[in-house]
Design a protein around this ligand. Structure first.
Ligand code: SF4
Length: 298
């Protein structure tokens, strides 16, 4: 199986409606509050999942959650209920041509391929300054057959301790943004550009991004999402290989390996600049429209 997977991978396989909700984001540290506990709830339980099923015209796939929070554990992916995944209506212009697409992996192959990649990440020591300071690597979590991936910057202190992305205050805000989109963490897969926490939460260096590029690009090759939401400039520049500003990248879809990519502000920025929430909500509405997910406020 491992040889087969390695071969495949080498081949390339707000003014939110919940504005009130977002405004209620607690100032305290929600560490351990369950924000990262994607094992709670199921993909079939959220309104969006119901919406996806209702609109599904295509094949049925098994939704499997990648729920391993620690370096030492095995994949431990929990199979959840079966859900239909509807192809997105394509109406948005893309800024770049799609790259050649590899054959999608089966669910079992995804589970195994992610475990291979996770083990490589755990053993990685390419960034000495990060390796010296990390408690653990933070690989990714969520639905491994996702329509949507959330792509962030790097782990913070809470993530470094728990091994799960977006579990601090920013993570709690992300949960609220997803909820405003009728989604929950089990509907999406969440990963970061860097798998290790930069000291003092500094911005990742260009070298560190390039060191980790092989990991996040392979992760996305395995996951094959239809949509990717980049949170913040670092994630957007890394994924899109651009030096453009976040402001110039927002408001339209970009193409990366056939996935439609939208760029918006990082939740940590929104916590510091609440006025930008309305802009993020505009971005999310654009994304939900393209995904065919109806929002009650629309
Ligand atoms: S950030 Fe990525 S490339 Fe750097 S040490 Fe961690 S896993 Fe390796």
């Amino acid at each position: 199986m491992r040889q087969r997977l390695e071969s495949l991978l080498r081949a390339g396989v707000v003014d939110f409606p919940a504005v009130g909700v977002l405004a209620e984001a607690p100032a305290g540290d929600p560490r351990g509050s369950g924000a990262g506990a994607s094992s709670t709830g199921t993909a079939s339980g959220s309104p969006a999942s119901r919406s996806l099923r209702a609109g599904a015209a295509g094949s049925t796939v098994s939704i499997v959650r990648d729920s391993v929070p620690s370096e030492s554990s095995t994949e431990g992916a929990a199979r959840s209920s079966v859900a239909n995944v509807a192809p997105a209506a394509s109406s948005a212009a893309v800024s770049r041509s799609p790259h050649p697409a590899a054959q999608p992996l089966s669910v079992d192959e995804r589970v195994a391929a992610l475990e291979v990649l996770r083990s490589e990440v755990c053993a990685c020591a390419l960034c000495p300054a990060l390796v010296q300071n990390r408690s653990r690597t933070v690989f990714g979590v969520g639905n491994i057959a996702p329509r949507l991936c959330i792509f962030g910057e790097a782990p913070g202190a809470d993530e470094d301790r728990q091994g799960i992305p977006f579990v601090g205050r920013a993570g709690q805000l992300l949960d609220k943004i997803l909820a405003a989109c009728t989604l929950n963490r089990d509907d999406v897969y969440i990963l970061n550009t860097l798998k290790c926490r930069p000291p003092d939460n500094r911005t990742p260096s260009e070298d560190e991004v390039e060191n980790c590029r092989g990991f996040f690009e392979r992760q996305l090759q395995i996951l094959r999402p239809e949509f990717i939401c980049c949170l913040g400039a670092t994630a957007a520049k890394a994924l899109l290989r651009t030096t453009s500003t976040l402001g110039r990248l927002r408001g339209r879809f970009h193409d990366v390996a056939g996935a439609k990519v939208i760029v918006t502000y990082h939740p940590a920025y929104l916590l510091r600049n609440p006025a930008a929430k309305k802009d993020t909500w505009e971005d999310m509405k654009l994304l939900m429209k393209e995904m065919g997910i109806a929002l009650s406020s629309e």
